[in-house]
Design a protein around this ligand. Structure first.
Ligand SMILES: Cc1cc2nc3c(=O)[nH]c(=O)nc-3n(C[C@H](O)[C@H](O)[C@H](O)COP(=O)(O)OP(=O)(O)OC[C@H]3O[C@@H](n4cnc5c(N)ncnc54)[C@H](O)[C@@H]3O)c2cc1C
Length: 386
């Protein structure tokens, strides 16, 4: 599926018309849903939080095949939950942004390096230049409160006093930090909402073959009607030449979203299932020589029905605490985009609270001062991998 020359929301129409994984009836029904998504205004969208996305799709005439082969694949991947449990409000937000918002909305970015290498050194350099002390491997164990205000953080090693505390930990850790005998009612209420918000799990499958599996020029595929092997990414193809050294073979990565039902599967069973899908989709492909499975319990915040009202605003916990994890109330589903926006929202909240006027009206749809442009094909400062 790729963008054509028509303006949004019709930029994908030609590509969808040619797609062989959907029938004509599926495509007509999808056109209707795209129209309905586009016509849903913000107020109507927010009212759909308690409705499951599956019900919304059925109410909007979607065929079973369009649901399973298109809508549900993206629901699992981006909302971290099957469409039968996903909030229709979150799903419509996602599809507005990631499908019909603009002509390159469906583009997928990738790292030509590993993620830590890509961000870590610049991050550390910037923090050091700004005079920020970083304490690695020192989890916060509790917050210290005086007269209803958080004035410090305890770690196993020591106490850190603080004028302001900004919490960007995952939801379960945050909920733990916000509770305790000295925590306020407001703080407990936010902790309760975060606990209800909940996570789903992910399994990362890393397979190494004697050679490439995907056809030339295809960076990734989505596997129709396959519950476990949902996608195959040509990870070797994404990496820069200098970054493939030491790999045991040609790297295919298959992230399994909303993988809770498969956590009990042992690696051998997952390998057999992977091999079956490869043999079916790409017969005679180069042999599998190495195989690794990484299971991540409570991988990411899932956008289930009701999740919108459970996501807190940065100051909701009171006690002077600012919240900034990707689960705060910014509509974006749990992702790198959401974590970046949430971090900036937390920073803006701190600056606003500190009386810095420039941030009085700032919201995360605006550009942050000195922030690079977001990735776009036509921006030559961003490298394009096709
Ligand atoms: C394997 C994997 C693949 C992913 N792939 C993608 C992708 O392709 N695209 C995408 O958009 N998103 C992806 N995500 C999701 C994305 O990484 C998250 O949405 C994002 O990192 C969340 O950002 P965050 O800052 O809110 O939290 P996190 O990145 O989870 O950061 C929270 C930090 O808090 C630390 N912490 C936890 N407890 C404590 C404590 N008690 N004290 C101090 N620190 C603590 C953790 O160590 C961690 O560093 C992926 C996530 C995973 C795990």
């Amino acid at each position: 599926i790729q963008s054509g020359t028509l303006p949004p929301p019709n930029h994908l129409s030609a590509s969808f018309l040619n797609a062989n994984f959907l029938g004509l009836g599926d495509k007509f029904s999808m056109q209707k849903a795209v129209q309905a998504i586009q016509n849903t205004d913000e107020e109507q969208r927010r009212e759909l939080d308690e409705l499951s996305f599956l019900e919304w799709l059925e109410n909007n005439g979607q065929t079973k095949r369009a649901i399973s082969r298109f809508w549900n694949s993206i629901s699992k991947l981006a909302l971290n939950v099957d469409c039968s449990q996903a909030s229709a409000a979150s799903a419509i937000f996602l599809f507005k942004k990631a499908l019909i918002g603009n002509a390159d909305a469906l583009d997928v970015g990738c790292f030509t390096n590993d993620f830590t290498n890509a961000v870590s050194s610049s991050l550390r350099r910037t923090l050091a230049a700004s005079g920020v002390d970083v304490f690695l491997s020192s989890p916060a164990t509790s917050l210290f409160r005086e007269a209803g205000v958080v004035t410090g953080v305890n770690t196993k090693e020591r106490f850190h006093s603080a004028d302001r505390v900004i919490i960007c930990t995952p939801i379960s850790d945050t909920a733990r930090l916000l509770t305790g005998s000295s925590a306020s009612m407001k703080s407990h209420e936010v902790a309760e909402s975060l606990a209800k918000l909940g996570n789903t799990s992910q399994i990362g499958i890393h397979a190494f073959h004697e050679g490439p599996i995907l056809p030339e020029g295809i960076p990734f595929v989505s596997c129709c009607d396959e519950p476990l092997i949902q996608m195959l990414f040509d990870r070797s193809g994404e990496l820069d030449d200098g970054n493939r050294g030491g790999l045991p073979g040609h790297w295919i990565c298959s992230p399994v979203s909303h993988a809770d039902n498969y956590l009990q599967w042992d690696d051998e069973l997952i390998r057999t299932e992977y091999q079956r899908v490869i043999d079916t989709a790409f017969p005679d492909s180069p042999a599998l020589i190495d195989f690794h499975v990484v299971k991540i319990n409570r991988f990411a915040t899932s956008m289930k029905t009701g999740s919108q009202r459970l996501r807190p605003n940065p100051l909701d916990a009171g006690e002077g605490v600012i919240l900034g994890g990707d689960w705060i109330n910014i509509d974006w589903p749990s992702s790198l985009e959401a974590s970046t926006r949430a971090g900036l929202v937390a920073a803006a909240t701190y600056l606003r609270e500190s009386g810095v006027r420039d941030f009085a009206e700032w919201n995360h749809e605006e550009k942050w001062p000195d922030w690079p442009n977001s990735a776009k094909k036509e921006d030559l400062d961003w490298r394009i991998w096709e």
